[in-house]
Design a protein around this ligand. Structure first.
Ligand code: FES
Ligand SMILES: [Fe+2]
Length: 378
């Protein structure tokens, strides 16, 4: 069925800059395995250079990857005993808190201005999470990806990584409107029968959930591999955790049977803005209620799921999203999207994102006013 045009008024022209990145939020900095002991690992996050490393106790740390002296990347330097990072250019040393702890030059005094910013980091669910904002970071606010910790390894696909040349919001739009699976991923993740009329959007706090059930539809290749069903009742229920982490429950049951008797996977999508036009995209899939038998055969299925999903994202989604971004950037005038029924999910999450960004702006303005008042008073 063709989606209908709604009367909903869209946002003013779509804006896509770094001013759309909330800073007081948890982002995935790295998969945990991307941070081996003894290595300095650079990563640009929200347009800021960050260097990650493991301290001698094994916990992760992150500081600004730009020396305060002449701005060389510290990630090109050395990790020294005592959790110290030595700048590759003139040898200033920095601790895990960002404090400059050694100046080998002159009388060796350390100017106050030499200290660098550090960022709160937490290792959880196989990811190194980072907090780029100035408000207190609460680890309890990290979304629950616990299925990665508790599922047998033969049911968890290898950690995936792609860099997509687009603003992160275009990828969230893609994931919160899975009607595209019928067209972009035809036969693999969607079929003609999985275009549905009844999309439900729910919101709980800052979490937006978009559900798309389809009844008695031809089973796409991925779900056929997991279930063996030629047709089935299918569903995709995707939850967005502000600003850019998502979990999709994707599954199929025999026609007329309850979900609990079906099978599928949780698809984990973790987006971290790199710049205004590039996004780190990490992903994995965790099977639930597995009905195929045998460890070896399930390991083969796991490999196939991983390969198919990487193909779908890298060869099908990314080219469209990146081309969409280029088209939008080429336009000499601001663009207003025509809205369809399928945009209910993207519209809802943008409202939440707009509110969070507004709250952050107001908090920044208030703290700047406070600083101004304090200066006047002193
Ligand atoms: S640039 Fe780092 S010490 Fe000079
Ligand atoms: Fe897709």
């Amino acid at each position: 069925m063709t989606a209908v045009i709604t009367q909903v008024k869209g946002p003013a022209a779509m804006k896509q800059g770094a001013d759309r990145f909330p800073r007081n939020a948890w982002y995935v900095g790295l998969w945990a395995h991307e941070l081996p002991e003894g290595k300095l690992v650079p990563q640009t996050i929200l347009c800021e250079p960050v260097v990650f490393f493991r301290k001698e106790d094994g916990t992760a740390a992150a500081i600004l990857d730009r020396c305060s002296h002449r701005f060389a990347p510290l990630s090109m330097g050395k990790l020294l005993p005592g959790d110290r990072v030595q700048c590759p250019y003139h040898g200033l040393e920095f601790g895990a808190t960002g404090a400059c702890v050694k100046n080998p030059h002159g009388n060796c005094t350390i100017p106050n201005a030499a200290h660098l910013r550090s960022f709160p980091v937490v290792e959880k669910h196989g990811f190194i999470w980072i907090w780029m904002g100035d408000r207190v970071a609460d680890p309890a606010a990290i979304p629950d990806y616990g299925c990665l910790d508790t599922s047998p390894e033969e049911h968890v696909t290898n950690p995936g990584y792609l860099k997509i040349a687009a603003h992160f919001e275009l990828i969230v739009d893609n994931l919160l409107d899975l009607s595209h699976t019928t067209y972009v991923h035809e036969g693999i993740l969607g079929t003609a029968g999985t275009v549905v009329a009844n999309i439900a959007v729910e919101q709980s706090g800052d979490v937006v959930v978009v559900s798309r059930p389809s009844k008695d539809a031809e089973t796409p290749g991925m779900l056929k591999m997991l279930s063996g069903f030629e047709r089935g009742d299918q569903w995709s229920t995707i939850s967005w955790y502000a600003p850019s982490n998502l979990i999709l429950e994707y599954g199929v049951s025999k026609v007329g049977e309850p979900k609990e008797k079906g099978t599928g996977y949780f698809a984990l999508h973790l987006l971290t803005p790199e710049t205004e036009r590039s996004t780190h995209y990490r992903y994995s899939a965790v099977r639930w209620n597995v009905i195929t038998e045998g460890k070896e055969s399930n390991e083969e299925i796991r490999e196939k799921i991983g390969k198919l999903r990487t193909f779908a994202f890298a060869e099908q989604d990314a080219p469209i999203i990146e081309a969409q971004q280029r088209r939008m950037d080429e336009s000499p005038t601001p663009l207003n999207p025509t809205l369809l029924a399928i945009d209910a999910g993207p519209m809802r999450y943008r409202r939440v994102l707009d509110r969070l960004l507004q709250q952050e702006r107001e908090a920044n303005e208030a703290s700047q006013e406070l600083v101004g008042d304090t200066r006047k008073a002193s």
